[in-house]
Write a protein that binds this ligand. Structure first.
Ligand code: KG4
Ligand code: ZN
Length: 338
C-alpha cells in the first residue's frame, strides 16, 4: 500500500510516499524559515503564500524521487490540524483536489499524534506496548499513553509555552535569531566539560516535582533575562554557559515527567518525537534508561516536520473520510484521535 502524504501545518511544505507505513520511497521538505528571519518569528501570511507557490512542485518532485506516477498511489493522506489556518488550507485543499480527480481515498491526520509515528519507521528494536510517548515540538509538549498503535490516551501537556518554544525564545534572547533549538544545542556543546559542575548560571526546573504530568516553560524566558542582566560581561563563554543551562533545565523536566509517566503506567517502551526530539542531550539522558524501558527516537532528520510520519500514521491508524467532509482545523485538539 503506497500512501502519498502532504504536510503544511507550519512553515514547511512537505510531501512523501511511504509503502506499508514503514518504507520511505520519497521525502521532500521545502521550508520558508529563512524568509521569516528578519521578522523574528514565522509570519503566517508569508508562509502560506510560499506554500501556495511550492506545493505542486514539491508533490511533483516527490513522485519523481519515488519513480512513480499518481496512478501508482493507493491513498492520499493530509495533515488537517492543528496548525496555521492559511498553511493548512494549502495542503488540505490540494489533497482534496487530488482525491477528487483521481478518485483515491483521502485520510485526514492529526499532526501532533502523527509525530510519534516517526518511531514506527524501521525501528532498531520492536516497540513494545504499553508505550509512553512524548511529543516535543515548537508548538507542543504532550505526553500520551499508547496501549496499541490506535489506542491513545493523552496524559498531560504544557500549560503555556512548548519546549521548542522555550528553546526558540531563549535562543533569541541569547542572540541566535530564529535558529532556536539547534543553536542552543551547538552553543551548549561548546561549554567546557571541566566547568559542568560549577556553572554560575542557575535556572529553574518548572513543575519538576509537581504531581501532574503537565509542563510549564514560559517562566524560563524571564529567568534567563533576569540572570543575563545580573552578569557583568556578556561574552561567548557566557552565552555557552547560558545555552548549556537552558538545555539542561528543559531536558531535565522532559525526562523526569516522561519517567514519572512510564513508571505510573508500567510502560515497556518510551517514544520521543517532534523537533526537540532531535536534541542529542535529551536523547542521551533518555538512552541511559534503556535497562528499564526500550527507548525509541526517530532519526534526527525525521524529528522535525515532514510528511513521512503523516503517511505512516495514515497507514497504521487513521481511516479514510469522504473528501467532502474534510476541512482544515487549526485548533484541532491534541486529543483528537483521528
Ligand atoms: O516538530 P517541529 O519541526 O515543528 C513543530 O511541529 O512545531 O519542531 C520545531 C521545534 C523548534 O522549536 C526547534 O527549535 C526545535 O524543534 N528543535 C530543536 C532541535 N532541532 C529542532 N530543539 C532542541 N534541539 C534541537 N537539536
Ligand atoms: Zn510538528
Amino acid at each position: 500500500m503506497k500512501i502519498l502524504a502532504i504536510e503544511t501545518s507550519c512553515d514547511e511544505t512537505a510531501a512523501a510516499i511511504v509503502e506499508d507505513g514503514i518504507k520511505i520511497l520519497s521525502n521532500v521538505v521545502a521550508s520558508s524559515t529563512t524568509m521569516h528571519q528578519k521578522y523574528g518569528g514565522i509570519v503566517p501570511e508569508v508562509a502560506a503564500r510560499e506554500q501556495h507557490r511550492v506545493i505542486m512542485p514539491v508533490i511533483k518532485e516527490t513522485l519523481e524521487q519515488a519513480k512513480l506516477s499518481i496512478d501508482d498511489i493507493d491513498k492520499v493522506a493530509v495533515t488537517i490540524g492543528p496548525g496555521l489556518i492559511g498553511s493548512l488550507l494549502i495542503g488540505v485543499e490540494t489533497a482534496k483536489t487530488i482525491a477528487f480527480v483521481t478518485k483515491k481515498p483521502l485520510i485526514p491526520v492529526n499532526h501532533v499524534i502523527a509525530h510519534m509515528f516517526g518511531n514506527f519507521l524501521s525501528p532498531s528494536q520492536p516497540v513494545e506496548f504499553p508505550v509512553i510517548s512524548l511529543v516535543v515540538s515548537g508548538g507542543h509538549t504532550e505526553l500520551y499513553l499508547m496501549k496499541s498503535r490506535s489506542d491513545l490516551t493523552w496524559l498531560g501537556g504544557t500549560l503555556d509555552d512548548a519546549a521548542g518554544e522555550a528553546f526558540d525564545k531563549t535562543a533569541r534572547l541569547l542572540g541566535f535569531g530564529n535558529r532556536g533549538g539547534p543553536a542552543i544545542a551547538a552553543a551548549a556543546a561548546n561549554y567546557p566539560i571541566i566547568q559542568l559542575s560549577n556553572n554560575p548560571i542557575k535556572l529553574p526546573r518548572p513543575l519538576l516535582y509537581d504531581k501532574t504530568l503537565n509542563f510549564s516553560f514560559s517562566g524560563l524566558k524571564t529567568a534567563v533575562l533576569r540572570e543575563w542582566k545580573k552578569q557583568e560581561t556578556h561574552d561567548e563563554a557566557l552565552v555557552n554557559a547560558f545555552a548549556y543551562e537552558v538545555q539542561e533545565a528543559i531536558t531535565d523536566v522532559l525526562v523526569a515527567k516522561t519517567i514519572k509517566a512510564a513508571e505510573k503506567y508500567h510502560a515497556q517502551s518510551i517514544l520521543i518525537s517532534g523537533g526537540v526530539a532531535a536534541n542529542s542531550c535529551l536523547r542521551e539522558k533518555l538512552s541511559i534508561l534503556n535497562y528499564q524501558f526500550s527507548i525509541h527516537a526517530p532519526s534526527p532528520a525525521l524529528c522535525t516536520d515532514n510528511a513521512v510520519y503523516i503517511a505512516s500514521c495514515a497507514f497504521f491508524k487513521s481511516k479514510p473520510v469522504d473528501w467532502h467532509d474534510i476541512t482544515a482545523l487549526p485548533d484541532l485538539s491534541v486529543e483528537e484521535n483521528i
